[in-house]
Design a binder for this molecule. Structure first.
Ligand code: BES
Ligand code: ZN
Ligand code: ZN
Length: 491
């Protein structure tokens, strides 16, 4: 999808469709260019309600058809409504096999034109995605989009930025959708290495099994033991502000397939478990986007990567394993493997980088889906400041986040009789919270947030502009977070 800009409506180039935004409070279709378009209103088939997208065919010299996109009432039109509307446009364009679109960009007070343009471009990218790697028949691609508005410079800058971020989101989705038999730990580590080579100021080091042994990463090594694929720890660093000592570390859960281990999942529960590396993929997407945008921040990624398989070498229920931090863990559930590998990664991240803050992201618990559903992701933090910033980024990007508590009192449910701690507690004590309470033991003295994306990383059905399967959610959220961090530090 390539964006072009045009200041003049009258001198626009040929395209397969002209896109016009219509608001529901506009009683007379002033902008209805043609009789056919007027008929759409008069018949009541189209009223400008949010989510509506109608096509009319006329005799415009430049376009064979007009798409009318409903954005609802103008006075209550939010940027999210714009995103939703334009996602619908992209879907319509795909269905009608349009290769090129001319889009008239609306002004929607009180929103800044920059924000409207951003939402339009994001919406188009959201609606245009499809994963066809395993299909004979390839999906239709929209090739050229011309944004028509007086602010052509702004439109160019914004569309280029959105393209960088959404390209990262697309790559995250593709990676998560890829077969687990293809996207093995080695594949994911190599992907990170190749990504770093393509991205400015990004470096990548792959740590192999012998390094993990030297580091005493007993938990990551145990989880990976039954798999034919050895584990890795991937470290990526982006230095966007070399003169600053501020440093964010992002830790991402990279379980390329989660069978549950000896606490074997049900077939239904296992079917989507190629998505259990969505946290690591998301972190790589964030690294890619901030590097392409050239953000003035220093960020490192630490990705524990392995497969939670079954077999005679599988780590055992009831046995005690030693973490890198020295704490011993009674594994009373081999399916709660994510917190185990994150524990080793977190203790390494804090000790090795002494960062300003650590944010871990992963598909940790099914319980987060029960608590919050698929509309928001749950997060936990030991810092009110960090927490508020994550919340605000959620509101801005509409990748919304909701803080849950991680009070000390929860830790008693993880007491073990034979080890320092066990990896799970009773279901009735707050499944997702206990995961956060477990991880808290491996974070000593640094602002930290734990983001559980198990409810939002992989959908079993499409939701608004989100596709079925991988969503790539979290990339836009944390790019926004890091953009604001850069802005605040520049003050
Ligand atoms: N990978 C799963 C979490 C998950 C579940 C992600 C559903 C996406 C959709 C994780 O490793 C897991 O199995 N967690 C257990 C924790 C429990 C044993 C305390 C779970 O949610 O059942
Ligand atoms: Zn699991
Ligand atoms: Zn898992």
């Amino acid at each position: 999808m390539h964006f072009f800009t045009g200041a003049s409506f009258d001198r626009r180039e040929q395209a397969d469709a002209l896109v016009i935004s219509i608001f529901a409070d506009k009683k007379v279709p002033v902008e209805a260019f043609e009789e056919q378009t007027r008929q759409l209103f008069l018949s009541g088939d189209f009223s400008g309600k949010l989510g509506e997208c109608a096509t009319s065919y006329g005799s415009l010299p430049s376009e064979a058809r007009i798409f009318l996109v409903g954005l609802g009432e103008k006075k209550t039109c939010s940027l999210e409504h714009v995103r939703q509307g334009f996602a619908q446009v992209a879907k319509e364009a795909k269905a009608k096999k349009c290769k090129s679109l001319n889009i008239l960009i609306p002004h929607i007070e009180p929103h800044a034109q920059e924000d409207v343009l951003k939402a339009v471009c994001e919406g188009l990218y959201f609606g245009a995605y499809s994963f066809d790697a395993y299909k004979k028949e390839k999906a239709h691609r929209i090739e050229e989009i011309t944004l028509i508005c007086p602010e052509i410079h702004l439109a160019k800058v914004v569309s280029e930025k959105v393209t960088k971020v959404m390209t990262a989101v697309y790559q995250v989705r593709d990676l998560v959708n890829t077969n687990a038999d293809e996207c093995t730990p080695e594949y994911l580590a190599t992907y990170a290495k190749n990504l770093a080579q393509e991205c400015p100021r990004l470096s990548c080091t792959i740590r192999d099994k012998s390094w993990l042994e030297e580091q005493n990463m007993g938990l990551l090594l145990s989880v990976s033991r039954a798999s034919i694929h050895p584990p890795f720890l991937v470290e990526c660093s982006y230095k966007g502000n070399p003169t600053s000592s501020d440093h964010t570390v992002l830790v991402g859960k990279g379980v390329t397939y989660d069978t549950g281990g000896l606490k074997l999942k049900t077939s239904d529960g296992m079917e989507s478990m190629r998505s259990d590396m969505a946290g690591a993929a998301c972190v790589l997407g964030i690294m890619q986007a901030i590097s392409q945008l050239g953000l003035s921040v220093n960020v490192s990624a630490v990705l524990p990567i392995c497969e939670n398989a079954i077999g005679s070498r599988a780590y055992k229920l009831g046995d005690v394993y030693r973490s890198r931090a020295g704490l011993t863990v009674e594994v009373n559930n081999t399916d709660a493997e994510g917190r185990l590998i994150l524990a080793d990664a977190l203790s390494y991240a804090e000790e090795h980088f002494t960062p300003s803050r650590i944010i871990d992201i992963g598909t940790l618990t099914g319980a987060i889906l029960i608590a919050l559903g698929t509309e928001v992701m749950g997060y936990f933090s030991n810092s009110d400041i960090l927490s508020e910033e994550i919340f605000q980024s959620g509101l801005r990007t509409f990748e919304r986040t909701w803080r849950l508590p991680v009070y000390d009192e929860y830790s008693k449910y993880l007491k073990s009789e034979i080890a320092d701690i066990k990896n799970t507690g009773a279901r009735t004590k707050g499944g997702s919270i206990l995961c956060a309470a477990f991880l808290k033991h491996f974070v000593k003295n640094v602002p930290w947030a734990h983001v559980d994306i198990a409810g939002v990383a992989f959908y079993d059905e499409a939701l608004r502009y989100w596709p079925k399967n991988a969503t790539g959610i979290g990339v836009r959220l944390f790019v926004d977070y890091l953009e604001h961090l850069a802005k605040n530090q520049a003050k």
